[in-house]
Design a protein around this ligand. Structure first.
Ligand code: HEC
Length: 125
């Protein structure tokens, strides 16, 4: 621990402390005022921009809307078993599920897969 901590700057330590204190990461994309009301509950874990506030919470940003809708449906019906999610989806209507899926799928993911200019599949063509 000492050898790792030694190389951290003041700023690094402040950042790490903020991270573990559960302070949401700065989103840059969305502020709370732009989040649809129904997603108000979700953002405390999944982030206003759909990027989980810690790695404990899956990132929803950029996920396919039909995948999000289906997983919410599965939590609701018990096909996916997770106590946290089950409680948050229990009372959602299917219209609300659609709206949530639409909203989170349109957010920009924190990680992106960039197209590669060159790959072994394009070699020699
Ligand atoms: C208290 C924190 C918390 C809140 C609030 C919360 N979730 Fe989750 N969510 C989780 C956790 C933890 C998981 C992972 C559960 C698992 O392992 O199945 C999860 C999983 C999910 C998944 C599945 C992601 C995937 O990649 O399969 C979706 C979709 C989702 N949540 C949407 C929502 C929506 C929409 C709301 C608001 C109605 C919400 N969550 C509220 C903690 C939360």
């Amino acid at each position: 621990m000492h050898s790792q901590a030694q190389e951290l700057s003041e700023q690094d330590m402040t950042d790490i402390a903020a991270f573990f204190a559960g302070t949401p990461l700065p989103s840059g994309h969305r502020d709370a005022a732009q989040v649809p009301q129904v997603a108000g509950l979700c953002v405390s874990c999944h982030g206003a921009d759909g990027v989980g506030i810690t790695p404990l919470y899956p990132t929803l940003a950029g996920q396919h809307a039909d995948y999000i809708a289906r997983s919410l449906d599965e939590y609701q019906k018990g096909a996916r078993k997770n106590l946290i999610m089950a409680s948050f989806v229990a009372k959602l209507t299917s219209a609300q599920i659609e709206a949530l899926a639409e909203y989170f799928s349109k957010q920009e993911p924190a990680l992106q897969t960039l197209p590669r200019a060159y790959s072994r599949f394009s070699a020699g063509q």
